[in-house]
Design a protein around this ligand. Structure first.
Ligand code: BGP
Length: 466
C-alpha cells in the first residue's frame, strides 16, 4: 500500500468562500467582503467599503455557517479523515484590534471542531486565508509591523481555545500570493511596488515564525505548516537562456518556502534586494525568530503548471495573470484556462522533498469547471473524477517510487464554494453540489455528484481503488 496509515484524506475550504453570514453574529468586515464578483474576463473589483447594488457572492456564499453540521456529515459519509478549513479572523476580532474576542465567533468554531471530532475528522486550520479584518486599514495592513502583534494575539486566542481539538495549523494561505495578489494575501494594494510587498511579506514571515513557536509552547502536539500557492514552471526549451529565465522566475516564488522551511532568506533573494535597493525592515532578534520558527511541514496547492523562457518579463510581479508569454503545447486546459498537468504534481513533490526533506501535504487540488444537473438531479462529473484520479496516481508514484513523505491530500472546494479568483459560484470543484448561482439565488440544497461516490471508494481503499 502506497499511502501510510493515518494518511489525511479529506477536502478543503476557506471561511470567506463558504461561510456566508458575513456581517452577523458579531463578525466584522474583512478584505474579502469588499471584493465584487468578476468572471473569466473581468477581474474582481476591490471596493474599499461595501457598495449598494454591487454583487458580493461571498456575503452569502453557500451558507456553510448555517449548514456546517449537514456538510460535515456528508464529508464523514465520504470517509474524510481531515477537513481543511479556515477560521475567519474577523469573526474572532471583528475590528482586528479589539481588546477582547467575539465569543459567538469562538463558540461557532468550537461547534465546528466538535462536529468534526464526532466523526473522527481531524481539522486542519488555516489561520489566515485571504481575509484580513478591514479594521486594519488604518494601520496599512501588513505593511505595518504592528500586524505581527495583532496576528499573534489572534493566534494565542485560538491556540488556547482549541487546544485538544485542533493540532494541525497553517499560518498563511498561499503566502507567495503577496507577490501576485497582495490584497488577498494581506490587504496590500494590488498596485503596490515591490518594496511594499516585500515589507509586508517580511512581516508575515516574522508573524508566522512566532506563531510556530507559540503553537509549540501552548501544545507540543501542535504541528504548524506553511502553505505555498502552487506556482511551478518548466523552461520553454533546452536553450540555456530559457532554463535561466525559468530559474529566475521560480526564485521569485520559492524564496517564500526557503524562508519558512530553512529559517533564513536565500542568497539569491538577498542579492536581488541589494541590486534593486530593497531594504527589509529588520529589527534586532529577527534572524533568531526566523530560525526558531521553521515550519513542521510544507503544504501547497497544486492546480496547473506554467512555462517560462527568455522572453518572460517581470513575471515576478504579474504572474497572477498567469501570462508568462508561453503556453505548453502538451497540456490541455480547463475552461478557465488552467493547464491540466498530473505529472507535474509528482515533479513538484520531488522538487520540494529534495529541497527541504520535511513532510509535505497537498492541501488544494481539483478541477474548477461547470457542472450540469440532470433532470433527475444527478451530476455526472466524470471529468472531475478523471482529473483527480490522474493526480492521485502521480502522488502515489511520488510516495511509492520516489519515497516522498506525504501526510495527506485535501482536494479543494470539496463542497462547491465561491471562487477566490473570480468570485463566481459556477466555477465548481465539489464532490457535493450546492444549488446556488452567481447572484446568490437557489435553494442552497446539497446533492451528491458522481465524484462523491468515487472519492468515498478511494478513501475506503486508502487510494488503491482509483
Ligand atoms: C487557491 C486559493 C483558494 C482557491 C483556489 C482555487 O489559490 O487558496 O482560496 O479558491 O485557489 O481558485 P479559484 O477559486 O479562483 O478557482
Amino acid at each position: 500500500m502506497a499511502f501510510k496509515d493515518g494518511f489525511l484524506w479529506g477536502g478543503a475550504t476557506a471561511a470567506n468562500q463558504c461561510e456566508g453570514a458575513w456581517n452577523i453574529y458579531g463578525k466584522g468586515p474583512s478584505t474579502a467582503d469588499v471584493m465584487t464578483a468578476g468572471d473569466t474576463k473581468t477581474p474582481r473589483r476591490i471596493t474599499d467599503t461595501v457598495l449598494e447594488g454591487e454583487n458580493y457572492p461571498s456575503h452569502t456564499a453557500i451558507d456553510h455557517y448555517g449548514h456546517f453540521k449537514e456538510d460535515i456529515a456528508l464529508f464523514a459519509e465520504m470517509g474524510f479523515k481531515c477537513y481543511r478549513m479556515s477560521i475567519n479572523w474577523s469573526r474572532i476580532f471583528p475590528n482586528g484590534d479589539d481588546e477582547v474576542p467575539n465569543e459567538i465567533g469562538l463558540k461557532h468554531y468550537d461547534d465546528v471542531f466538535d462536529e468534526c471530532r464526532k466523526y473522527g475528522i481531524e481539522p486542519l486550520v488555516t489561520i489566515s486565508h485571504y481575509e484580513t479584518p478591514l479594521g486594519f486599514q488604518k494601520y496599512g495592513f501588513w505593511t505595518n509591523r504592528k500586524m505581527v502583534d495583532f496576528y499573534l494575539k489572534y493566534c494565542a486566542t485560538i491556540f488556547n481555545r482549541y487546544k485538544g481539538k485542533v493540532k494541525y495549523w497553517l499560518t498563511f494561505n498561499e503566502i507567495n500570493c503577496m507577490s501576485m495578489m497582495p490584497w488577498m494575501a494581506g490587504g496590500v494594494d494590488n498596485n503596490a511596488d515591490e518594496q511594499t510587498r516585500m515589507t509586508a511579506a517580511y512581516h508575515q514571515f516574522i508573524a508566522s515564525a512566532k506563531a510556530v513557536q507559540l503553537a509549540h509552547e501552548i501544545d507540543k502536539e501542535n504541528k504548524v505548516g506553511m502553505m505555498y500557492g502552487g506556482m511551478f514552471s518548466y523552461p520553454n526549451s533546452c536553450d540555456p537562456e530559457d532554463m535561466q529565465a525559468n530559474t529566475d522566475f521560480m526564485h521569485q516564488m520559492l524564496f517564500y518556502c526557503d524562508v519558512q522551511c530553512r529559517g533564513y532568506y536565500p542568497s539569491y533573494k538577498l542579492k536581488e534586494f541589494e541590486r534593486k535597493g530593497i531594504v527589509l525592515p529588520i529589527e534586532d532578534g529577527d534572524s533568531d525568530i526566523l530560525k526558531k520558527g521553521k515550519v513542521d511541514f510544507l503544504s501547497y496547492s497544486y492546480y496547473f503548471t506554467l512555462v517560462c523562457g527568455k522572453n518572460t518579463e517581470a513575471v515576478a510581479i504579474d504572474c497572477g495573470s498567469m501570462n508568462t508569454g508561453y503556453t505548453n503545447p502538451f497540456l490541455p486546459k480547463t475552461p478557465w484556462g488552467w493547464t491540466i498537468d498530473p505529472k507535474g504534481l509528482r515533479y513538484s513533490l520531488n522538487m520540494f522533498y529534495e529541497r527541504y526533506q520535511i513532510p509535505l501535504m497537498i492541501v488544494e487540488n481539483g478541477l474548477g469547471t461547470y457542472d450540469k444537473v440532470e433532470k433527475d438531479g444527478s451530476i455526472h462529473d466524470l471529468y472531475r473524477i478523471d482529473y483527480l484520479r490522474e493526480h492521485i496516481k502521480e502522488m502515489k508514484k511520488a510516495v511509492e517510487i520516489d519515497g516522498v513523505d506525504l501526510m495527506g491530500y485535501t482536494p479543494w472546494g470539496c463542497i462547491d464554494i465561491v471562487s477566490a479568483g473570480t468570485g463566481e459560484m459556477r466555477k465548481r470543484y465539489g464532490f457535493i453540489y450546492v444549488d446556488v448561482d452567481d447572484e446568490g439565488h437557489g435553494t442552497y440544497q446539497r446533492s451528491k455528484k458522481d465524484s462523491f461516490y468515487w472519492y468515498k471508494k478511494v478513501i475506503e481503499s486508502n487510494g488503491e481503488d482509483l
